[in-house]
Design a protein around this ligand. Structure first.
Ligand code: PSU
Ligand code: MN
Length: 308
């Protein structure tokens, strides 16, 4: 008895060593409004398929950890209200109570690793929040990257965060932060954060090889690939920054804390940009899914060495 259930499509791909890309569900339930969340979730799955891999969207439904959702499950989740946002700390309790929850980056990595999925595409990871020196708000996504061997493709840390501090925590914890195809670290809605990325790779095969090499070196943990949003879809940094500041001020005034912070900010930024931030968010997630499929295809050509 395993603790998770694979959809037939995902089980078949994994059994045959074919490439699979994990996808998270918090972006569906807490990151985007209905119906764009459902349309995006479907499009992203199609993007993975067109890239030659099998998509595995992950969520807890009625106490069961699902790796790969049916069309009905995806639709129900996209419309559900009051779904829990699950991370490392609360996933087991949700399952034990028979609850339903969407998986964040951290929880999706845990499930992917259990199922033997090595690549996961998302929008932006959580990180060190601005003002963390007093709030101590540091996303559990960072600790997960340090210990769970999954390559995560994102568009950089969300620009609502303190990006320099996020990079420091990742470095301390031995997480490679690799910009794809450029020197600068991207910042979610913007192609550049204005900071140079610690590492750069231009080739999905090299990213796959680096993941195998980490394992050969006996290093735990994953890799973070920062894939810039396509130029046509970006909101430049100086345009989005004043909006982020305003949303942050509103969050402080309204006393928004803990898990509610990220969904609150995304929702306010959506309103303050008249929906433009959502169009950018959709474009970057799809772009990440396409790169993830390429990396998963490369990994499937390089079977992992059996653990001695
Ligand atoms: N990326 C998006 N939208 C989101 C998220 C990421 O484009 O909603 C979610 C991810 O699930 C990530 C979470 O793990 O936000 C981070 O939340 P927190 O800052 O509370 O750790
Ligand atoms: Mn947090």
């Amino acid at each position: 008895m395993t603790v998770f259930t694979c959809s037939p499509e995902v089980a078949e791909a994994l059994d045959n060593g074919r490439p699979v890309v994990a996808l998270e569900s918090t972006i569906i339930t807490h990151g985007m409004p209905y119906p764009q969340n459902l349309e995006t979730a479907r499009q992203v799955e199609d993007d993975v398929r067109q890239g030659g891999a099998t998509p595995a969207t992950i969520a807890v439904i009625d106490g069961t950890l699902h790796v790969g959702l049916t069309a009905d499950q995806l639709e129900t989740l996209a419309q559900a209200k009051n779904v829990a946002k699950l991370s490392r700390a609360d996933m087991a309790v949700c399952m034990a109570r028979g609850g339903t929850g969407a998986t964040t980056v951290a929880a999706t990595m845990i499930a992917a690793r259990l199922a033997g999925i090595e690549v996961f595409a998302t929008g932006g990871i959580g990180g060190v929040h601005r003002g963390a020196e007093t709030s101590m708000d540091v996303s559990a996504d960072l600790a997960e990257l340090a210990q769970t061997a999954v390559t995560v493709i994102c568009a950089g840390a969300k620009a609502i965060l303190d990006i320099p501090l996020t990079l420091e925590v990742l470095e301390t914890n031995g997480v490679p932060v690799i910009a794809y195809g450029q020197d600068d670290l991207p910042a979610f809605w913007s192609q550049s954060s204005g900071l140079k990325a610690p590492l750069r790779l231009d080739d999905p095969a090299q990213i796959a090889r680096a993941q195998r090499t980490r394992a050969d070196l006996g290093l735990p943990g994953g890799q973070l690939i920062a894939n810039p949003v396509p130029a046509a879809d970006e909101i430049p940094r100086d345009e989005i920054e004043p909006i982020i500041r305003r949303a942050l001020d509103e969050a402080a005034e309204q006393g928004i804390t803990a898990k509610a912070v990220t969904p609150f900010l995304l929702d306010r930024i959506f309103a303050l940009t008249s929906g433009r931030s959502l169009a950018t968010n959709i474009a970057l997630v799809r772009n990440n899914a396409r790169l993830a499929a390429q990396i998963a295809c490369e990994l499937s050509k390089m079977p992992a060495k059996p653990v001695k």
